[in-house]
Ligand binder design. Structure first.
Ligand code: GAP
Length: 517
């Protein structure tokens, strides 16, 4: 029972997060005014700042603060030969199951994981004229409670204009064979491979000769440019090439908001090394990457490095860790750290006929380097940051009365807006002028937001809800009206503790910059 309660409160939490993301401009459904397109999302004005802060921090740590890594930015479309050599054309597939009745498609493992229960659910619904009807649904789900939740979703699709009255569940039974469709209860086909790459054609003719794919990972551009980057950077092993960019996968079942999308961004490092360094570097990068997540505000107790067992690992990998985070919808992968051996470079060397060997000046040896790859998802990490930051607590309103507050407790380093500046009153010209002066003072150092509308308590709440860590208020003390010793000082409010301190305007940059970097 407790498990069911937790699950439904987690579902509820996720619903609130999705709704906040839309309401405050973090994430919107792509092409929303046309009904959207499944698995595709747009980032709004705050979402794009959050995403940019994450990518910039990754780049700073992985490239700028290291001597052994350089960056690159490869094209999304590449010669089809790349995808043949890498193995993606033949093997980048998921086993797919199709419903013979409604034609919905599922990932095979999703069906076996999610459908141990089947039930007939009779939904009583009210039509526009007030008459009540019974709508029988065949529903599958991971638990009896999940069946009820899925029945509600299914009901909305089947009868979008009817009003839900009640439901009764009959014949709920465990079904380990999992042969019925989650949505309509129809029979399912057997599993068959489905290639996840999006096809496209380059040039005016649409035939086999012009076919290629939108890249499903950024890594391959790094492998095929390995020799060029090595030559110009004059790096010695071990060294890495980093890249951030879009990747595309025609996922059979996009889900959990942005978690599994069809278009997403990756932050990938290919760290080249000698064969004997591979296993040690795998451990090193796992630890570095765990530290990274802690540095952006993900607590260590919610992070897990899962050692991927042999049977789940790619055949060429000698070791892989999945870095996982406890999302409200379960423990899921944020990043893979894989020791890929010399597989990729060797494949491209064989297929292109071009040498991708490294020449060791000291030992005079030539060999194909091995590679350790930490590969993180931007969108998944952004989602983890939002899930982790979301909190509800109590805060005083403008009259000092305690009330519920929604707050995003982002690490200041990640917060979209770093500081909001408020004149206490918008109709007092000296207050407004001073606040605008402060905006100009802070702007070269951080993203600031000026707000003069509404009561000051309400303005604080609006900023709390989008995760702004600091608020500066210009009041009558700032003008020296009450106490001349407070002339040119402001109130600095911290979002989480709501503590306020008096800071001289001239010290603001120096006070805030170390806290947001
Ligand atoms: N180059 C290795 C590679 O692409 P992966 O485990 O398939 O490995 C790496 O992907 C990361 O990319 C994942 O850990 C995840 O964060 C992100 N990712 C993969 N598929 C995704 C999807 N459909 N939606 C969002 N992020 C995805």
């Amino acid at each position: 029972m407790a498990e069911i309660m937790n699950k439904s409160s987690d579902t509820h939490r996720m619903e609130k997060i999705v709704s906040l993301c839309k309401r405050r401009g973090f994430i919107f459904q792509s092409s929303e005014i046309y009904g959207g397109l499944n698995g595709l999302w747009d980032y709004g004005s705050l979402g794009v700042e959050l995403k940019r802060n994450l990518k910039n921090y990754w780049w700073r740590l992985m490239v700028h603060e290291r001597d052994d890594v350089v960056g690159m930015d490869g094209s999304i479309l590449m010669n089809r030969a790349v995808w043949k050599a890498s193995g993606h054309e033949d093997t980048f597939t998921d086993p797919m199951i199709e419903c013979m009745q409604c034609k919905r498609r599922y990932k095979a493992d999703q069906i076996s994981r999610e459908v141990p229960y089947h039930a007939t659910v009779n939904v009583i619904a009210k039509a526009d004229d007030g008459s009540e009807h019974v709508i029988p649904l065949q529903v599958g789900g991971s638990s009896a409670e999940d069946v009820r939740q899925k029945a509600r979703v299914q009901f909305r699709c089947v009868a979008p204009n009817a009003t839900f009255v009640s439901m009764s569940v009959e014949n709920a039974k465990k079904d380990t064979a999992a042969t019925l469709c989650l949505f309509c209860g129809g029979d399912l086909s057997g599993a068959r491979p489905f290639n996840l790459m999006f096809k496209t054609y380059v040039g005016a003719t649409e035939d086999e000769s012009s076919l290629t794919y939108l890249r499903p990972e950024t890594a391959q551009a790094i492998f095929v440019q390995f020799k060029n980057v090595l030559e110009v950077s004059r790096k010695k092993l071990p060294f890495g090439i980093a890249q951030i960019g879009k990747a595309f996968r025609n996922e059979i079942n996009p889900r959990n908001f942005t978690f599994r999308s069809r278009e997403f961004e990756q932050m990938e490092l290919e760290y080249f090394c000698r064969p004997e360094q591979g296993m040690k570097l795998l451990e090193y990068w796992k630890e570095e990457r765990l530290k990274f997540y802690e540095n952006i505000g993900i607590p260590p107790e919610k992070l897990h490095a899962r050692e991927v067992p042999d049977e789940e690992r790619a055949f060429y990998s000698k070791g892989t860790y999945d870095i996982e985070y406890d999302f409200p919808f379960g423990r899921q992968e944020l990043e893979g750290v894989a020791y890929r051996t010399d597989y990729d470079l060797l494949q491209h060397q064989k297929a292109s006929g071009k040498s991708l060997e490294y020449f060791d000046e000291e030992t005079k040896q030539r060999f194909i380097p091995h590679v350790v790859e930490p590969s993180a998802g931007v969108d998944r990490t952004v989602l983890a940051l939002i899930c982790e930051a979301y909190a509800e607590d109590q805060a005083p309103d403008e009259k000092g009365k305690m009330g519920a507050r929604v707050v995003l407790r982002f690490h200041p380093r990640m917060a979209p807006i770093k500081c909001a500046v408020f004149p206490l009153l918008k109709n007092k010209e000296p207050l407004v002028a001073k606040a605008k002066e402060i905006v100009e003072l802070l702007r070269p150092h951080m993203y600031v937001f000026y707000d003069e509308s509404g009561a000051i308590g309400r303005r604080y709440r609006r900023q709390d809800e989008i995760g702004t860590p600091f608020g500066v208020t210009v009041d009558f003390e700032t003008l020296g009206e009450k106490d001349s010793s407070l002339l040119n000082t402001v109130t600095l409010r911290e979002r989480d503790s709501m503590k306020q301190e008096r800071v001289a305007i001239k010290d603001l940059v120096e006070t805030l910059t170390p806290r947001i970097r």
